[in-house]
Design a protein around this ligand. Structure first.
Ligand code: ADP
Ligand code: MG
Length: 351
């Protein structure tokens, strides 16, 4: 097992910077996620780590080992791709054995490791099948078994769940997280799906246009997003534009609404309020950030109901609640209903 050190990693295609001076330290045993929209440089970063794409600049180390100039086969990395990439003409056993045969391990050792890896993904009973005789979820578990059979120092996964249908995706996601924790192998996974990232990741690296925007645990990113991009990418958010000067505690929205905040560490032009932080009630109180509002949109989502409550000055806040919660407070969910919306100054986070 090992740490991973990425220093000033950079990749340029022509005059396009795909990965821009990326530096990052992955801890031993950590499950790290590279998260960002399509085209932000996630796959390129992973391929540079694996050694398939040569960087223009930067240094890479696995543990104490500098691998910057090492060819892929000497980096001892387990790889899993989106499209499984199993060999169709080989049995499941031989697919998993592939990397071990290339390493010229003795037959006994190969058998032992293949069976162990297949047991770990609960496919020991299917070793004689061919890939086309298996479901997508099973094929992806074979690909994971193949990656771990070589006992890699680190595991790299590129969107491993995105070819699976919604239900399987959740199941394999659970298994992947449990397996990673069990093996305690340093893992870097790429995804564009924030739910997936928050679910499996110990820490998330949020990327945009080849640059790291923020690194942190799911909770850190959620509670203290570094900028608008991170705030909008992680969870749902209400943005309010306006201004506040350094040291002040009143944010003046463009609309004219005044919102109480904690003392501003610096001047800011925007605040975010998470939908879950907003309380709905029937009675106005004289506490901070308590506003009359009218429901201007209401969408029933099964367990939850998503409403938009609009203040007299026009500021619209999305709130996620339940039918029961509204009923308990004597509130209706229909468009045009009136209610009172409130949130604490701490919940108004300055960007
Ligand atoms: N071989 C290549 N030649 C030119 N441009 C590339 C190449 N590979 C990737 N790119 C570009 O680099 C950017 C990042 O790509 P990629 O790392 O695949 O993004 P992601 O995995 O985040 O979707 C994209 O704009 C992509 O078009
Ligand atoms: Mg990609």
């Amino acid at each position: 097992m090992a740490t991973v050190t990425i220093e000033n990693l950079r990749k340029i295609y022509g005059d396009f910077v795909a990965v821009d001076n990326m530096s990052l330290e992955v801890k031993d045993g950590e499950f790290l996620i590279l998260l960002g929209p399509s085209g932000c440089g996630k796959t390129t970063t992973l391929r540079m780590l694996a050694g398939f794409v040569e960087q223009n600049n930067g240094r890479l180390a696995i543990g104490e080992r500098d691998v910057t100039a090492e060819p892929p086969y000497r980096r001892n990395i387990g790889l899993v791709f989106q499209n499984y990439a199993l060999f169709p003409h080989l049995t499941i056993f031989e697919n998993v054995a592939f990397g071990l045969r290339r390493r010229k391990l003795p037959e006994d050792e190969i058998k032992l490791r293949v069976r162990e890896a297949l047991e770990l993904v609960r496919l020991g009973h299917l070793e004689d099948r061919y890939p086309k005789q298996m479901s997508g979820g099973q094929q992806q578990r074979v690909a994971i078994a193949r990656a771990i059979a070589i006992r890699p120092d680190i595991l790299l996964l590129d969107e491993p769940l995105s070819n699976l249908d919604a239900k399987l995706r959740l199941q394999v996601r659970d298994e992947l997280r449990a397996l990673q924790k069990k093996l305690n192998i340093t893992t870097i996974m790429v995804t564009h799906d924030q739910d997936e990232a928050m679910y499996v990741g110990d820490r998330l690296v949020v990327m945009q246009e080849g640059k790291i925007q923020q690194i942190g645990t799911p909770i850190e990113l959620y509670n203290n997003p570094a900028n608008r991009f991170v705030a909008s990418f992680i969870g749902r958010t209400n943005f309010v534009e306006g201004e506040i000067a350094k040291g002040e505690t009143s944010f003046k929205a463009k609309s004219g609404t005044v919102i109480a905040t904690t003392a501003a560490a610096r001047a800011s032009n925007e605040i975010v309020v998470r939908p879950e932080m907003i309380e709905l009630s029937a009675q106005k109180t004289d506490e901070a950030n308590c506003f009359d509002a009218e429901i201007t949109s209401s969408v029933f989502l099964g367990g939850n109901i998503e409403i938009v409550a609009t203040l007299p000055m026009g500021d619209a806040f999305t709130v996620i609640t339940t039918v029961k919660h509204l009923k308990d407070r004597g509130l209706a969910a229909e468009i045009g209903s009136r209610l009172v919306l409130s949130f604490s100054p701490e919940s108004a986070v300055l960007m």
